[in-house]
Design a protein around this ligand. Sequence first.
Ligand code: NAD
Length: 258
Amino acid sequence: MGIIEKMRLDGKKIFVTGGARGIGKSVAIAFAEAGADLAIVDLDIAEAEKTAAELEQNHGIKAIAIQTDVTKPEDVEAMIEKILHVFGRLDVAFCNAGICLNIPAEEMTYEQWKKVIDINLTGVFLTAQAAGKVMLKQGGGSIINTASMSGHIVNVPQPQSSYNASKAGVIQLTKSLAVEWATRNVRVNCISPGYIGTELTLNSPSLKPLIAQWNEMAPLGRMGRPEELQSICVYLAGDTSSFTTGADFVVDGAFTCI
Ligand code: NAD
């Protein structure tokens, strides 16, 4: 079998948090194209259902939508139960849901700080932990977390201390889980995207005005597109990445090199 055939995900059962739109949806499309069955997990159930229906219609795989708040342990537990009920197993988890608040540190309230840490860091822990428990019992699996280049650098000019701290946490959480579960065949990696054109960046009133400045700073002179994260996630989800665990893939058009 050739390398491209070996990278296919036929029959694998995958959940994608934040899968209704943006990066999560784009990567879910790639997983479906590669033959996987999908659970689209999101707070926004209407949009998640639309995405799941599109996947079934366009790719002939099975896709379900599950309304879940990744910050709530009881929601995450129910999400896993539903996946096991429908699919019988779980092979890959893409723990990707996240938000961003741009608030100067001296003005940030406790609630604002906690909201970002709860969704971006605790949410990734809860979903990766729940996936890991199933995969450890099954004898293997692959977990992919979404960090950010903001886990490596401090973005300017927007003040994003909570976001930057949460994403640095995701990188270190990824490495910790990878080491804990390495001998039990559960691999854990993360991606660290640079600026990507999604609702989070293109439609945020505080970020939209900064796009021209980011493009000027970027070595490639532009933001990335969600589909430019698809191939790395298909690679990490599949069996050809069997020696890849504890890794952090920076996909940022060299933004962190400057
Ligand atoms: P997006 O806003 O387009 O999509 C995020 C999705 O997450 C939405 O569908 C939203 O409903 C869902 N979500 C939010 N809170 C949730 C919760 N508590 N429980 C379940 N679902 C929830 O964002 P995106 O740009 O696609 O970002 C996806 C991930 O990529 C995030 O973790 C983000 O931090 C990260 N990221 C984005 C960029 C970028 O430039 N867009 C760069 C680096 C990292």
